[in-house]
Design a binder for this molecule. Structure first.
Ligand SMILES: *Cc1c(COP(=O)(O)O)cnc(C)c1O
Length: 390
């Protein structure tokens, strides 16, 4: 089936599914570690690659493949490989594409564990990383060295929702012979398709919006056949593959992705607009607001503004903790991308490892609160946050 001719919503519900002889309507789960062959010659043909097909679930599994094909169709990539987590997706990308002596340029405001992975582990194997401000194209350009192979970023950033021009950065990457990888966790392909803007690789933590209901941990990498082959090769050898059961959960998540992302975006827009009117709130970071410094870029690059916003209170940590502790429905957790709204104090949780100087540089003040707006009634969310504000 060529899914290119169908609209996004149709691909999200149907791409990748091939029925078995049972005529099942929903996607089947194949909880099997290995596969059997009709004869010795058949096994030999599979192992030699002469005949494509399943051998062992560390390599391929039908449920996982359905998820991979569906996500590839949504991101408009030739090939997707599913991984055990978002971090396994980033690790597999680095291990597949880089060698000792190579260099990465990464935006400073990425997921905290990404920084740990690059500095503490990739560094140990001779792959060095330079960190730059996401929005400063000159810093990106200046940081690229002759041995730079990969540019890596998240847009919008967490928790300040800063945005970079993916197309401009893809052009820069290609002039300098590098690959551009975009962690598309915040927007998902429902709102932003980096490959269509020139990026080479899309990385996902499926744990977040792709699932959307906090049921499982998983990840994925999407790109061209050429880029994906060494990444798949690493995954097949090293084994951080997605389980069939998780792949099934994420398939069900993708079916509602478009609707959920529209709702998350609308709810966040409403809450951000309301927060901006509260006298105790000194600043609201949300790409949908006209006050956002890259609002125009966000409108061009994304088809929605997403569900994550942050806001700043005058009273520092005490004020922020008071608002968080006064909530009754928001979940106090560092997770995001869930039907349930989550509320986080970045300075003492997700960004707690940073020194005071690093926090200042990253714009993580003590009075900053991040909200990943869920699917509850926005009126209830306003009341929940207003309780602490008042
Ligand atoms: C959560 C997250 C990750 C890591 O994903 P896991 O599934 O937790 O391993 C990577 N990038 C971003 C932007 C994330 O939010």
């Amino acid at each position: 089936m060529n899914w290119d001719e169908f609209e996004f919503e149709t691909r999200a519900v149907r791409a990748g599914q091939e029925r078995t002889n049972e005529g099942e309507h929903s996607e089947p789960i194949f909880p099997t570690s290995s596969f059997v062959f009709e004869s010795a010659a058949h096994a030999a043909a599979r192992f030699s690659g002469e005949e494509p097909g399943n051998i062992y679930s560390r390599f391929t599994n039908p449920t996982v493949r359905t998820f991979e094909q569906r996500l590839a169709a949504l991101e408009q990539g030739e090939r997707c490989v599913a991984t055990a987590s978002g971090m396994a997706a980033i690790l597999s990308t680095c291990m597949g594409l880089l060698k000792a002596g190579d260099h990465i340029v990464c935006s400073r405001a990425v997921f905290g564990t990404t920084v740990v992975l690059l500095n503490n582990f990739m560094g140990k194997f001779g792959v060095e990383t330079s960190f730059v401000d996401l929005t400063d194209l000159q810093q990106w350009e200046a940081a690229i060295r002759p041995n730079t192979r990969l540019l890596l970023l998240e847009t919008p950033s967490n928790p300040l929702t800063q945005i970079v021009d993916i197309q401009a950065l893809a052009e820069l990457a290609h002039v300098r012979d590098c690959l551009l990888a975009v962690d598309n966790c915040f927007c998902t392909p429902a709102l932003q398709q980096p490959l269509a803007l020139g990026a080479d690789i899309v990385i996902h933590s499926a744990t977040k919006y792709l699932d959307g209901q906090g049921r499982g941990v998983g990840g994925a990498v999407v790109g061209s056949d050429t880029v994906m082959e060494p990444i798949y090769s690493f995954l097949r050898s090293a084994g951080p593959t997605m389980s069939p059961f998780n792949a099934w959960i994420f398939l069900k998540g993708l079916e509602t992705l478009s609707l959920r992302m529209q709702a998350h975006s609308a709810h966040a827009m409403e809450l951000a607009t309301w927060l901006e009117q509260q006298p105790q709130v000194t600043r609201v970071n949300f790409p949908g607001l006209a006050s956002h410094p890259q609002h125009d870029l966000a409108r061009r690059q994304q088809s929605g503004f997403g569900g994550v916003l942050s806001f700043e209170l005058e009273g520092g940590r005490d004020a922020a903790w008071r608002v968080i502790d006064a909530t009754r429905i928001c979940s106090i957790t560092a997770n995001l991308g869930d039907a349930k709204t989550t509320i986080t104090h970045p300075a003492t949780t997700t960004h707690g490892r940073l020194s005071d100087d690093e926090k200042k540089q990253a714009g993580i003040t003590d009075g900053l609160i991040r909200v990943a707006v869920g699917l509850e009634s926005v009126e209830d969310l306003k009341r929940d946050i207003a309780r602490g504000l008042n």
